[in-house]
Design a protein around this ligand. Sequence first.
Ligand code: GLC
Ligand code: CA
Length: 555
Amino acid sequence: MEKAWWKEAVVYQIYPRSFMDSNGDGIGDLNGITSRLDYLKELGIDVIWLSPVYQSPNDDNGYDISDYQAIMKEFGTMEDFDKMIEGIHERGMRLVMDLVVNHTSDEHPWFLESRKSKDNEYRDYYMWRDGKDGKEPNNWGSYFSGSAWQHDEATDMYYLHLFSKKQPDLNWENPKVRDEVFSMMNWWCGEKGIDGFRMDVISLISKQPDLPDGPQAPGALYGYADCANGPRVHEFLKEMNQKVLSKYDLMTVGETAGVTIEEAKRYAGFDENELNMVFHFEHVGLDGGEHGKWTDKRVPLVEFKKVMSAWQTELDGKAWNSLYLGNHDQPRSISRFGDDSEEYRVICAKMLATCLHMMQGTPYVYQGEEIGMTNMPFADISEVRDIESINAYHEMSEAGLISKEDMLRFICLKGRDNARTPMQWDDSENAGFTTGTPWIGVNPNYKTINAEAARADKDSVFHYYRKLIAMRKEEPILAYGHYALLEPDNESLYVYTRELDGQKLLVICNFTKDAVNYDIPAEFDGAQILIGNYGRTEAQGAIEVKPYEALVLKK
Ligand code: GLC
Ligand code: CA
C-alpha cells in the first residue's frame, strides 16, 4: 500500500467554543487554543481538526456560516488565527479546518439576496420550491426536528433546510455556487496555509432533482430526507479535487452521513481523486431505535465488531478509514461504549483507546477523550444548549412519543452537549476553562477528572494515549497492517489481529467488567507485550482477561 503522512497521523478534534477561553467571556477562543498548543504537542498528535471558527450567528454553534472568510467575533480576529496557525506549524503539527458547504447561515449575504425576489441573481444559490396544495413541497423532516422546508413571505415560496431553518441548503447544481466554494477553499489553502478540510455532511450536497417524498414510518411526523450519496456527489467532489484539493498537500475527510462501504470506496478510494477518507456512522447507529438516537439502548458488542470489521477488511487496500468513537456530535465515548464508573473509568478508557488505535485507518481523539471525560448529568432541559436536543425534547414530548422525563434521560445519554461541556484543564473554578461564566455548565467531576491531574499521574489515560500515539510512529503495522477478526460471536471480548511483512499483532479487549477466560492462539507463544492497561508482563496460552483489560501482543 502506498504510504502517506495522513495515513500515519493521529488527529485531535477541537470544539473551539468549549476548549479554552482566554478573555473571561465564558466562550472558548483562538487565543485560548494557542495557549494550549504545548499540551497537544505533549500528547503527540499530528493534526488538529478545528470545528468551525467562521463568522456565524451561532444557531448551530458555527455550523451556520455567514462569512466564510472572517473569524467569528467571539473567537477572536484573523490576526489571532494567523498566530494560532503559526504556533501549530512551529510545533510540527497541521491544521484541518471544517468546511460547511451543504448550507450557509440564513444571514449569509447570498441568502439575504436570494430571498429578496425570484429573479435576484442569487436566487439559484439555494433550493427554492413552490408549495404543494398550500403545504410544504414534500414530506421531508429536518435533522433538527420539524419540516425541512421553510415558507418565505417575500416570494411565497419555500426554501430547503436539512438542518435548522437558519441553515438553508446551497444549490450545488448551480455552477456559480461551486465556483464560489472552490475559490473560498483555494483562499484558505493558498493564502492562509491550512492543511486540509473536514467536510461537513458532504454526502448530502447533491439532491435528487425531483426531490421525491421520503419513506415515512408509521407514526413518524415527517418523511426521511434521503439526500445521501446523491446522483452528482462524486462528480462534484472530483471537480473540487481538480480545482482545489489536488493543488496542495492536504488531508481531507468527508463527514458522510448515510455512506455505505461501497460508497466509501468511491469517496475515499485510492484511485478516485475525491477525498482521503470518510467518517461513517454505522457503529454510532447501533444504539438507535424507533425514535432515532433517543433511546437508552446500548451498543451490542457482537454487532459493533461486525460493523467495525466489515469496514476494516473491505476498505483494506482500496480506501482509507477514519477511526473514531466520539466527536462534538456524539456522547462521550467512555460513557457510551464503556464504563464511566469511578471504579473502571480509567482502565476502560484505556481499553477503548487501544481497541480503536490498533485498527487500520487514521485515529481521531476528541478533546477531553484523552483524559477520560464523561457524559454530563444535565438536571433540567434549561441546562441544555444544543438546538438538536432542545427541538427534539419539545417535538417528541408534544407529539406524545416520548415523555419529557425520558427525553431528558436520553439527552444525558446521547445528546451532543455531553461532548460540548468545557474542557477540564485543572481543579480550579470552572475547571480552568474560563475566569467568567461558561456558556454551558462544567461537568461537576472536574475536580478529579482534569488535564493537570492526568499529566501528573503516570498511570493516567493521558499518558496511555501518549504511548499509543507514539507507537503509531514506531510500528508501521499500526497504520498499514491487514486486519482480521477472531472470536466473532464472543459477547465479552473483541479480539483481532493485524499483519504486515511477517509481523503480527494480537489485540485482546474485554468490553465487560467480568474476568473472561481466553486461549491465546499458539502462534503468539513467546510474543512480546506491546501495550496493555494492567501492566501485565506475561501472556501465553490460557489466560484470564481482567475487567476491561486491553492487551496487545506482537510476534
Ligand atoms: C454536521 C456537524 C454538526 C452540524 C451539522 C449541520 O453533522 O458535525 O455538528 O450540526 O453537520 O451542519
Ligand atoms: Ca473567550
